[in-house]
Design a protein around this ligand. Structure first.
Ligand SMILES: C[S@@+](CC[C@H](N)C(=O)[O-])C[C@H]1O[C@@H](n2cnc3c(N)ncnc32)[C@H](O)[C@@H]1O
Length: 205
């Protein structure tokens, strides 16, 4: 399988990406209560910019990504955090290098995902699977690009040039994921263009 992030992983944590993930985390925590009983998943976790910001607030975290390079970088960061802060993060964090359907236990309180689902072709299958692994009342939080003209990724082609919120909401509702809220929360500047990011929060029925 081609690792599209092979050459991006080592310098992924740029100030721009740190800022982007920080904004998403701010929105997440202002909408959803995280506490020490929460079992969560960071889907398409990359180097862990989102998951590692929240891991100390929760019980446990499953970090899923199909890029070996991103996962290797994440593992390096975990080692570093453990050494510097003497916290036993590895006991709380389970890493899955693969796609989300490798995780089948129906025990998650929260699944969150930033800028990953536009890389995933079959959104219906993805949402169906997420709906299965969330407990009833569990919460899905997605942050991604609003519909764009494909210029965000330049020459690279990805399965989705952002999302139409109305269509995505319908797809979620069809998978027993009731929309709680959705709004645009950020604008990214790239190559002198503006790209809006949305957040969508849904609750498993
Ligand atoms: C744009 S990066 C975002 C990474 C991270 N969430 C962040 O905000 O920094 C997208 C990530 O999704 C991962 N990804 C893409 N398709 C995936 C799939 N089918 N299953 C798991 N991860 C996937 C990629 O490997 C990549 O690390």
């Amino acid at each position: 399988m081609t690792d599209y992030f092979k050459n991006k992983a080592s310098d992924w944590d740029s100030p721009m990406k740190v800022d982007m993930s920080g904004r998403f985390v701010e929105e997440m925590v202002s909408n959803v209560k995280f506490n020490k009983s929460v079992k969560a998943m960071d889907l398409g976790c990359g180097t862990g910019l989102v998951g590692l910001s929240i891991v100390n607030e929760i019980k446990s975290l499953i970090m899923v990504d199909n890029s070996k390079a991103m996962i290797d970088k994440l593992k390096e960061k975990l080692e570093e955090i453990e050494q510097n802060s003497k916290t036993a993060l590895k006991e709380k964090v389970k890493i899955i290098n693969g796609s989300v359907d490798k995780y089948t236990t129906k025990d998650l309180d929260v699944v969150f995902s930033l800028m990953a689902i536009h890389h995933i072709d079959n959104i219906d299958a993805l949402l169906e699977h997420i709906s299965k692994i969330l407990k009833p009342g569990g919460v899905l939080i997605i942050g991604d690009l609003c519909e764009e003209d494909g210029s965000f990724h330049g020459e690279e082609s990805v399965p989705h040039n952002g999302f139409n919120i109305e269509s995505l909401s319908k797809q979620m509702e069809e998978c027993d994921l009731d929309i709680v809220t959705t709004y645009t929360y950020n604008t990214i500047k790239k190559n002198n263009r503006d790209y809006d990011q949305f957040i969508i929060i849904a609750k498993k029925i």
